[in-house]
Design a protein around this ligand. Structure first.
Ligand SMILES: Nc1nc2c(ncn2[C@@H]2O[C@H](COP(=O)(O)OP(=O)(O)O)[C@@H](O)[C@H]2O)c(=O)[nH]1
Ligand SMILES: [Mg+2]
Length: 445
């Protein structure tokens, strides 16, 4: 679906009823098509808003609304764009779209407007991806990360690395052209230092991958503990409504239940699990196995302990990697045997301790607003794969240089690193990955 000279059309606002809807045309014929459907009155001048009706082929009015046009390249897509803001009904928008198609437009594919913006050099690939991240952001931190990427910070950092490696490659390749000359040791050392510096920078970007995944997909947070301690109650409290069944019968939760909540700007993908105990019930045993599988994949485990029962020591083994927070629940009915026990006390019954709980979660994850400034970029899985390739290739280049191999070898690996880095922002040929990226977009974006 490369830019093919077609003029595309789509509803850019959400489908369904609304006060208004935005319908967008992009392509060389945008203004011509718009002119056709409004009848004899002229379109308003570019970037000026004008009220015009849309009429059908017989001259009957379909809708009345505001038109604005943008001349390329100074538009979102870099092409001529015409936008119509009309009434937001299901039927009326469908009629308007049909009319525009009749007048020569073609329905846009998902993400095609943004893809055209990329192809016309209005955005780099990381910025195009940020558009989607921005639309799907569910918390303030995810939003901030997306807007920073949309400003082009990640693309810039990659471009700096690429430009430096390109310089190093050119320098090295100068020797290939004159095989009778050995590389000057001082030059060789400088080249190595340069490659090492860029490798460090790549490693720095790679270190943000966890944070990127968390902001885009949420922190995998498993609620874990014995039956009846209040795990499902905790999920419900954090969600603010009764999502999971709560009961005093042990073994009520058998399946895992997943919901996303927003804790201080951090998206938590909360997973309620079956309580862990010895059981002979086949379904419950499967549930418990699923619990252990969830714990092994968690970013954060909230272990819930019941204060209303006499004290006993928890005997859960903790897998490596996950952060672990022990929570003492049912503080409203604390048994005397817990006197002197330190730790975070909450009550899902009264709501006591939840402010502290949220604070503690933000602290453990070290991912609140205050920490954000340190990172400011957060790569996604695609960027991570490219960076990994670049780092490996660069390491091969560095070691081949250290071992005094022919400059051709070093240069080959450097070229591989350059291409991997270039793929991130889309400065090298990326035809085959475009479809994959833009097909995840909504239509009209
Ligand atoms: N008094 C008191 N009861 C609670 C509290 N939290 C949960 N419960 C009760 O404990 C029982 C088990 O709760 P549930 O959330 O189903 O536990 P789960 O088996 O760990 O999911 C239910 O009867 C809840 O009403 C609490 O903070 N205080
Ligand atoms: Mg439960």
């Amino acid at each position: 679906m490369a830019s093919d000279g077609d003029t595309i059309v789509a509803i850019a606002s959400p489908a369904g009823m609304g006060a208004v809807s935005l319908i967008r045309l992009s392509g060389p014929q945008s203004c011509e098509i718009a002119q056709k459907v409004i009848g004899f009155r002229a379109l308003p001048p570019a970037r000026k808003v004008g009220l015009r009706s849309i009429v059908d082929a017989e001259g009957l009015v379909i809708d009345e609304g505001l038109w604005v046009t943008f001349s390329g390249p100074a538009s979102y897509t870099g092409e001529d764009v015409a936008e119509f803001t009309g009434h937001g009904g299901v039927m009326v928008t469908r009629k308007v779209i049909e009319r525009l198609i009749e007048a020569g437009a073609r329905p846009a594919e998902p993400g095609e407007f943004t893809q055209r913006a990329f192809l016309n050099g209005r955005l780099d690939l990381t910025q195009a991806e940020a558009v989607m991240d921005l639309i799907s952001a569910q918390t303030s931190l995810a939003l901030r990360s997306a807007t920073e990427q949309l400003e082009g910070r990640l693309g810039q950092r990659c471009e700096e690395i690429r430009a430096d490696l390109l310089g190093a490659t050119a320098h090295l390749e100068a020797y290939i052209d004159f095989p009778e000359e050995d590389i000057d040791p001082a030059v060789g050392e400088a080249l190595q230092m340069r490659m090492n510096d860029q490798r460090e920078k790549i490693a720095g970007l790679l270190a943000t991958a966890d944070q990127g995944r968390i902001l885009r997909e949420g922190v995998r947070t498993v609620i874990y503990g014995k039956p009846n301690v209040g795990k499902s109650s905790l999920l419900n409290r954090l969600l603010g409504y009764q999502r999971a069944i709560v009961s005093s019968i042990e073994g009520t939760t058998r399946d895992t239940i997943e919901e996303v909540v927003n804790v201080r700007g951090i998206p938590l993908r909360l997973i309620d699990t079956a309580g862990v105990r010895e059981s002979s019930d086949e379904i419950e045993i499967t549930g418990i196995e699923m619990t252990h599988a969830q714990v092994s994949r968690a970013d954060l485990v909230l272990e819930v302990i019941d204060l209303s029962k006499p004290r006993c020591d928890s005997s859960f083994s903790r897998p490596e990697g996950a952060k672990w927070l022990v929570i003492y629940n049912k503080s409203d009915k604390e048994d005397a045997s817990w006197a002197g026990q330190e730790g975070l006390r909450i009550s899902c019954e009264t709501g006591e301790g939840f402010k502290d709980l949220e604070e503690e979660i933000a602290r453990i994850l070290a991912l609140d607003e205050a920490h954000w400034g340190v990172h400011s970029v957060a790569v996604n899985a695609r960027h991570q794969a490219c960076l990994d390739r670049a780092r490996t290739a660069l390491e091969i280049a560095i070691s081949s240089m250290e071992q005094g191999e022919e400059p051709e070898f070093t240069s080959l690996s450097l070229r591989e690193a350059l291409s991997a880095i270039g793929e991130i922002a889309g400065v090298v040929d990326t035809e085959d990955i475009l479809g994959e990226i833009f097909s995840n977009f909504c239509i009209g974006k």
